[in-house]
Design a protein around this ligand. Structure first.
Ligand SMILES: Cc1cc2nc3c(=O)[nH]c(=O)nc-3n(C[C@H](O)[C@H](O)[C@H](O)COP(=O)(O)OP(=O)(O)OC[C@H]3O[C@@H](n4cnc5c(N)ncnc54)[C@H](O)[C@@H]3O)c2cc1C
Length: 281
C-alpha cells in the first residue's frame, strides 16, 4: 500500500480491486460478503496510514468512478473518484464557484466527503446537497440533512460507500473562481510544501486550539523516529524523510501525543485514518 498512499508506507493488501462501475462494485461486494472477506474503499490515499503488515482483505479503489456533470441550476454532480481540482475546474467553466478551497486538497470527492475536507474554516459538506451511497447492497440518494457530520468527519453506517455527490454552488464570474483556485494553490505552495511525503495535517485541531502550536509548545518540531519526522516547516505534518515505516509514524505519533499531553494537558486525536495490521508482536 506504500504505492497507493501519500505517506509512502504500508504493507500489501491481499487484493487491490478497481471496479468499473456500480454494478461491478455491487457484484464484488456480494462475493466478498459470501467469502466473509473484509474490504476498505479508498480514494487517493492522502489521508491514510496503512500499517506495515498490510491490509488483510480487499482494498477497493474508486478511481474509475470519475465522471463530473452539470446537474441543473447551480448544481454539479461528481463521482467519488473524481479529483477535487477537476471538480472545481468543471464548475468554473459553468460559471460556478464556492468550493475553490478544495482545489489544492489532494484527493478525490469520496475522500473529501468522508473526511469533510476543508480549509479556511470551510468544509466540503457545507456545499453538498446530497450523496449517492451504496448502503446494504442498494444505491440511494441521501440529502445533507440526513447526514451526521462535523469537523473533518462524516459518520456513515459501517459498510457504506460514497458513489457520488451533488454540490450546490454559487454563481460566480469565472475570474472570481479562478481567484479562489489561485489563492488555494498559492497557500499550499507557501505553507504546505514541506518537501517530503506527508498526509497533510496528522492531528485534528482540538476545539479552540491549533495542533501545530501545541506541538511546538511541547518542543516536538523536528522530532524524529527512524525515517518519520515532525516537519520543520509545519509541525502538524509528519513526514517520510525517505526510509520511514508505518511503525516509525505510529511511534512518532505516540511520542508527540505524550509530549503535548504532558505540556498542555490536551489529548491530540489523529486526523489520518490508520488501518491494517502490524508486522510485529
Ligand atoms: C500535502 C497534503 C495537504 C493536505 N491538506 C489538507 C487540507 O488542507 N484540508 C484537508 O481537509 N485535508 C488535507 N489533506 C488530507 C487529504 O488530502 C484529505 O483528507 C483528502 O480528502 C483525502 O482524499 P483521498 O481521496 O486521498 O482519500 P483517502 O485518503 O483515500 O481516504 C480517506 C478516508 O476516506 C475513506 N474513503 C475514501 N473514499 C471513500 C468512498 N468513496 N466511500 C467511503 N469511504 C471512502 C477511506 O476509507 C479513508 O477512511 C492533505 C493531504 C496532503 C498529502
Amino acid at each position: 500500500m506504500a504505492r497507493h498512499t501519500s505517506l509512502r508506507v504500508g504493507g500489501p493488501a491481499d487484493l487491490y480491486a478497481i471496479p468499473e462501475d456500480a454494478d461491478d462494485l455491487q457484484d464484488l461486494l456480494e462475493q466478498l460478503a459470501e467469502k466473509g472477506m473484509p474490504w476498505l474503499a479508498i480514494g487517493r490515499g492522502n489521508n491514510l496510514l496503512v500499517r506495515d503488515g498490510g491490509f488483510r482483505g480487499v482494498v477497493i479503489s474508486l478511481e474509475r468512478f470519475n465522471r463530473i456533470s452539470a446537474a441543473g441550476g447551480k448544481r454539479v454532480r461528481a463521482e467519488a473518484g473524481a479529483e477535487n481540482l477537476q471538480v472545481v475546474r468543471f464548475a468554473q467553466e459553468k460559471g460556478l464557484g464556492g468550493i475553490g478551497f478544495i482545489s489544492g486538497i489532494p484527493g478525490t470527492v469520496g475522500g473529501a466527503i468522508k473526511m469533510n475536507a476543508g480549509a479556511y474554516g470551510s468544509g466540503i459538506l457545507e456545499w453538498t446537497e446530497s450523496l449517492t451511497l451504496l448502503r446494504d447492497g442498494s444505491v440511494a440518494e441521501y440529502g445533507r440533512e440526513e447526514l451526521d457530520y462535523g469537523y473533518r468527519r462524516l459518520t456513515l453506517p459501517e459498510g457504506d460507500i460514497i458513489l457520488a455527490a451533488v454540490f450546490n454552488l454559487d454563481e460566480r464570474e469565472p475570474h472570481h473562481t479562478e481567484e479562489e483556485i489561485r489563492k488555494d494553490l498559492e497557500l499550499r505552495r507557501s505553507k504546505h510544501n514541506v518537501g517530503f511525503p506527508s498526509a497533510g495535517s496528522f492531528f485534528k485541531n482540538p476545539v479552540g486550539q491549533t495542533s501545530w502550536r501545541l506541538i511546538d509548545a511541547a518542543g516536538m518540531r523536528g522530532a524524529r523516529v527512524g525515517g518519520a519526522q515532525v516537519s520543520q516547516v509545519h509541525s502538524n505534518f509528519l513526514v517520510n524523510t525517505g526510509s520511514a515505516t508505518a511503525r516509525d509514524f505510529l511511534d512518532l505519533s505516540t511520542m508527540v501525543k505524550n509530549a503535548v499531553l504532558n505540556t498542555s494537558g490536551v489529548t491530540l486525536e489523529e486526523e489520518v485514518r490508520i488501518v491494517g495490521e502490524n508486522n510485529y508482536e
